[in-house]
Design a protein around this ligand. Structure first.
Ligand code: FAD
Ligand code: NAI
Length: 505
């Protein structure tokens, strides 16, 4: 009896302690302290972007030694790996975004956050021009500011290859509003198919969803759509659910080329069971209002009727990036993106511009994993840069003193000190960036995920239910804040209990 009482008390005490510490941590997060103001003596870092590269940079940077200004058209960070889950309503949009101010308000020195789109970087004069192009603007909505260092992390934009009709008729899967738009359009297709007296042929067309691009975005989205169909639509649209068809179109001979052959085969067989059609070696030539024009492997061109097209065919550099590179024609010749060295320095900019993430062309794939490691590395390198600058200042100061001191003994002492500082400076090296690959993961629907994980000197491939739980826990722990982790975890529970919402906003 006594043991039961002790166990009981321990349980309640631990529960109380858990709630108490959760409350304490969240309260502390919501009440950041007073920050140091900007210091005109310190150098200014201007950061362009609030995505993976920029946020990781800001998270890691010690702002004590720099004035920092962040400019981005979005005042939040978007956790892209879970975007396809938002598109079908498994997660709420707000669960996977985090205000940039949440990061910057916890820094030692105040960071200025400006919601604006950078339009031009002047490499010679070291300035950035930007505009506020949101719906509401103040008297001043365009200006130019100087920088000492520029951290360039504007990512990439959707690649359309100039294919007719893509911009007008297809739905992208890159930004939060793309996922919200896709959810609305998909439910619209369902409601239009349910319209009284709709012909069988029109129902078939409206319920045919075409996903273009067999990269991880297209595959994950197809898997999420299948889950929505199986777990919810069968209950709420019983007369239509069996008529919904998902087709994944890929120009290359295989989907997911970055995964091992075994996992590609596993995905293809899972999609077969899920009745998701995969058309490989098939190129989308045009997107029309009610169909897509396809060039099949035998070169015949057909018009395939469909209700909606989701475009996940890859990315390309932004116009501002091309403009920036064009200012350095000798050093920036790679059409895929900004050429950087192993210190993230943009070649040709003499240590003033650093670029990370999808806007660069390096030997690494354009992934969140790479962008966040590069951002964190760069922040650490900036801390080392301060130490180097301090040493350089010390050497200059000592050289000046040596020239001025008349007393021999004193001059000898200062001379020794100068030699010591010079030796330290000569030895001082900022370590280059090294990428540590943590593996590649993708969700393929039906509570299954695939993972290619580094193991010893090779890799370990796994797929299925267990990998799905690993996928979930990996992304839950990667989310930047306790708030996001809590929201995503509760969304998963909510979807399990109540299902996804089919109300169309
Ligand atoms: P982004 O994260 O795109 O950030 C760019 C930032 O720049 C944004 O804040 C943007 O608003 C801002 N910006 C744009 N234009 C301007 C301008 N003119 N001035 C100032 N700021 C500007 N990678 C993985 O490793 N694992 C995954 O599971 C994964 N899943 C993904 C799922 C989806 C649906 C998508 C679309 C991508 C996924 N990725 C994944 C890829 C990953 O999101 C990108 O590689 C990553 O976002 C690149 O980070 P970045 O900082 O370079 O760019
Ligand atoms: P992607 O570039 O990886 O894939 C796009 C695919 O579309 C390509 O396979 C291409 O052949 C195909 N394509 C292009 N034009 C086409 C056309 N006209 N018709 C038919 N097919 C066409 O793009 P994705 O999937 O958006 O990924 C972008 C980056 O983000 C990649 O580096 C990827 O690794 C990363 N990412 C990683 C994820 C993960 O690790 N789980 C998830 C999503 C993205």
């Amino acid at each position: 009896k006594r043991a039961v009482t002790i166990a009981n008390r321990t349980f309640w005490l631990s529960l109380l302690a858990g709630i108490g510490s959760f409350y304490y941590v969240t309260k502390k997060d919501r009440t950041p302290g007073v920050q140091l103001p900007h210091d005109p003596q310190k150098k200014t870092i201007v950061v362009l972007g609030s995505g993976w590269g920029a946020t990781s940079f800001l998270n890691t940077l010690d702002t004590t030694d720099y004035n920092v200004i962040v400019i981005s058209p979005k005042n939040f960070f978007l956790f892209t790996p879970l975007l396809p889950s938002v598109a079908v309503g498994t997660l709420s949009p707000r669960s996977i975004i985090q205000s940039t101010r949440y990061v910057t308000r916890h820094k030692t020195r105040a960071v200025e956050v400006i919601e604006a789109e950078a339009q031009h970087v002047d490499v010679v004069n070291k300035t950035v021009s930007f505009i506020d192009n949101s719906a509401i603007q103040g008297e001043l909505s365009a200006t130019t500011i100087p920088y000492d260092y520029l951290v360039y992390a504007v990512g990439a934009e959707v690649q359309t290859f100039g294919i007719p009709g893509v911009t007008e008729h297809a739905c992208f899967m890159k930004e939060l509003h793309d996922a919200e738009k896709m959810q609305r359009l998909f439910l619209d297709c369902l409601e239009s198919a349910a319209f009284h007296g709709q012909s069988e042929e029109e129902i078939k067309r409206l319920l045919h969803i075409v996903v273009v691009g067999g990269g991880p975005t297209g595959v994950e989205l197809s898997g999420e759509l299948h889950d929505f169909l199986e777990e919810d639509l069968k209950s709420w649209y019983p007369e239509l659910a069996d008529k919904i068809k998902i087709t994944l179109v890929e120009a290359l001979p295989s989907v997911l080329p970055m995964f091992s052959r075994r996992l590609i085969e596993y995905t293809v067989s899972t999609f077969k069971e899920s009745k998701i059609d995969i058309l490989t070696q098939t190129m989308v030539k045009e997107v029309k209002d009610k169909s897509v024009k396809l060039a099949l492997p035998d070169k015949t061109v057909i018009d395939m009727p469909c209700g909606m097209v989701i475009w996940a065919a890859g990315n390309r550099g932004r116009a501002i990036t091309q403009d920036l590179m064009a200012q350095l024609p000798g050093a920036q010749t790679n059409k895929r993106g900004i050429t950087i060295d192993e210190y993230m320095e943009m070649k040709g900019t003499n240590g003033t511009i650093f670029a990370v993430g999808d806007c660069t062309s390096s030997s690494h794939a354009p992934t969140a994993q790479v962008a966040s490691q590069q951002g964190a590395y760069l922040a650490r390198a900036f801390a080392q840069r301060v130490k180097r600058d301090d040493l350089e200042a010390k050497v200059t100061e000592l050289e000046r003193s040596v020239a001025m001191i008349l007393h021999d003994d004193e001059r000898k002492k200062t001379q020794d000190e100068l030699e010591g500082a010079k030796r330290q400076l000569a030895k001082f090296k900022i370590r280059p960036f090294t990428y540590s690959h943590q593996g590649t993961l993708a969700y393929i629907g039906s509570d299954k995920a695939i993972a290619d994980l580094p193991f010893l000197n090779g890799s370990f491939a796994s797929g299925g239910f267990l990998t799905f739980y690993f996928w979930r826990s990996a992304y839950l722990s990667t989310l930047f804040s306790l708030r996001n982790r809590t929201l995503v975890a509760t969304d998963w529970v909510r979807t399990k209990i109540f299902g996804r919402d089919v109300a169309r906003e």
